[in-house]
Design a protein around this ligand. Structure first.
Ligand code: FBP
Length: 532
């Protein structure tokens, strides 16, 4: 029997306090929300935090619910749908679940499928989002809101579940508010997804997908470390996904103990420039060479580029230029694009731009994603650092420096979910249905005690409005969910700091190996180190 077939049979482990659909809701006092946010979300901002406990909740008739994925895949997404499906059927066997196709596009174009038992059974505990697909389409214009409303009306939906990251959950709240203002019954609930781990707070310990992605990357980092130790001739520069925050790099560092790790948030705080980062890496290479160690492992978060102070300033200016001259820019050839931005940049940003290799310059001018973000996964920071370190070492003829660039990103996003993510996602699906059954809107699901045994997990619902802050997006102030960055005073970072100096010279690599699905629970069900 194949692993693929075996995984379908896995029954996620969730406590009866979550799988029981006869839950009672406990409302806490109202969550504090900033005045500006309150003005934008008049109807959804005065909401309490919800805790679910076993007992008698509202008696629900059958529910009609739509679900969609938004943004990049994250392992476990199909289990959220399985959890929603199973809980809806438990509430009332006549309940219907519709899967909107290709992300938010599905709800705008009214493209959906009916999720049946046969269909979902084929996707249980599988990676990817391919059952219904995903996209990064943003619902932001009045017309789009109206289209979404018409389509939820046509299906007579009681609820809409948006499985996404910070930007997608921001969208979820705007939709919830719009549906309420238009007096329509569809309640909107978000589910915290992203391998990046940057959608979290005191209630959401981690987003789903992070655990699996880090386990996949750490296996590969461990393999490269063993290879480096064996052949003793290569430096592996490994860029790891994580658009903004460096949580993935930190978790993988703690799992594998590489020689050098860049943490974006620390670099930003110390206002470290690119030249200093390059010098630090070169210094490590020289130190190791003195011990005859001409190999090593270096981890680079993909978002690093936006944490390097002078490049952050540069990107800020580029974003403004690109949005102000969008049409004109499209018609330019690469060379013209570069000349054009050079004519518009401030002197300091011009200097930073010119310091970068041509390829990186071009990559920085690529189209922004629909949320206005630079597509950092397309920027080859690992190659940039290799080039610059080579330059730095060019006069040191006695130093052997053979670097190899790697990017671990997409490989981790659609893997079979770890047991942690399989269980977590299935539980999130139940919580999403409970929120809808109890008639709440504008919430995101959470599970407390994720770092404890599954028996202690409990369902919670957090008002999305409480997670909003005002930010400048595409040149305008907008209410969005604040990205959670690595806390430089937090335990995981402190643990890393206490260990990293040793890693520079000593080869303290750890080899986590592949994700385990069978055997000792300590091995199969472990949670991420950064939430322990
Ligand atoms: P989400 O925030 O949508 O979960 O996506 C995260 C991510 O995997 C980032 O780590 C990466 O920078 C980005 O998606 C890549 O985007 P795309 O899939 O559009 O290439």
């Amino acid at each position: 029997m194949s692993l693929q077939a075996l995984r379908k049979e896995y029954i996620p482990n969730i406590p009866c306090e979550i799988s029981d659909i006869n839950i009672t809701v406990q409302e806490s006092s109202l969550v504090k929300v900033d005045k500006k946010i309150e003005n934008i979300f008049e109807k959804t901002s005065k909401s309490p935090l919800l805790s679910f406990i076993s007992g008698k909740g509202k008696k629900a008739n059958f529910l009609k619910v739509g679900v969609l994925f938004s943004g990049g895949p994250a392992p476990g997404g199909h289990n959220v749908i399985a959890g929603v499906f199973d809980s809806l059927k438990k509430i009332d066997n006549r309940s219907q679940l519709y899967g909107f196709l290709n992300g938010p596009d599905g709800i705008l174009k009214n493209k959906y499928i009916v999720i049946t038992k046969e269909l979902i059974d084929n996707y249980r505990n599988c990676g990817g989002f391919d059952l219904i697909g995903s996209s990064r389409t943003k619902i932001e214009t009045e017309e789009q809101f109206k289209q979404a409303l018409n389509n939820v009306k046509s299906l007579d939906l009681d609820g809409l579940i948006i499985i996404g990251g910070d930007d997608s959950n921001t969208n979820a709240l705007y939709l919830a508010e719009f549906f309420l203002k238009e007096n329509f019954k569809t309640k909107v609930v978000g589910v915290p997804k992203t391998i990046d781990g940057d959608l979290k707070n005191e209630y959401i310990l981690i987003s789903f997908g992070f655990d699996t992605a880090c386990k996949v990357y750490s296996e590969m980092i461990g393999n490269l470390a063993r290879d480096a130790m064996s052949s003793k001739k290569y430096y592996h520069f490994i860029k790891l996904m994580g658009r903004s925050a460096s949580h993935i790099a930190l978790e993988c560092a703690l799992k594998t103990q590489p020689n050098f790790v860049l943490i974006g948030e620390e670099i930003f705080k110390g206002k470290k420039g690119l030249d200093q980062i390059v010098k630090d890496i070169a210094e490590m290479v020289i130190k190791r060479a003195k011990q005859n160690k001409n190999y090593g492992i270096i981890l680079i978060p993909e978002g690093i580029i936006e944490f390097i102070y002078e490049i952050k300033m540069l990107i800020g200016e580029l974003n403004k230029i690109l949005s102000s001259y969008e049409k004109k820019f499209k018609s330019f050839e690469d060379k013209e694009k570069i000349d054009f931005v050079l004519s518009k940049l401030s002197n300091s940003s011009k200097k930073s731009f010119l310091y970068l290799p041509k390829d990186i310059q071009k990559q920085l001018l690529l189209k922004r994603d629909p949320h206005g973000n630079v597509q950092v996964s397309q920027i080859e920071t690992e190659k940039l650092l290799i080039d610059k370190v080579k330059e730095e070492l060019k006069n040191k003829k006695d130093i052997k420096f053979n670097p190899i660039a790697h990017f671990f990103g997409y490989e981790g996003r659609a893997s079979f979910p770890s047991n942690f993510d399989a269980n977590y996602c299935y539980a999130l699906g139940f919580v999403a249905s409970s929120i809808l059954k109890e008639g709440y809107t504008g919430y995101i699901c959470a599970i407390s005690n994720l770092n404890k045994s599954v028996n202690e997990w409990r369902g919670k619902a957090i008002p999305l409005a409480s997670m909003m802050n005002m930010e400048i997006r595409k040149g305008k102030e907008k209410a969005v969910i604040k990205k959670a960055l690595v806390d430089l005073k937090g335990k995981p970072f402190e643990m890393f700091v206490s260990l990293r100096d040793k890693w520079i010279i000593e080869d303290n690599y750890k080899y986590p190996g592949p994700i385990q699905f069978f055997g000792d629970k300590k091995l199969t069900d472990s949670c991420p180190i950064i939430i322990k």
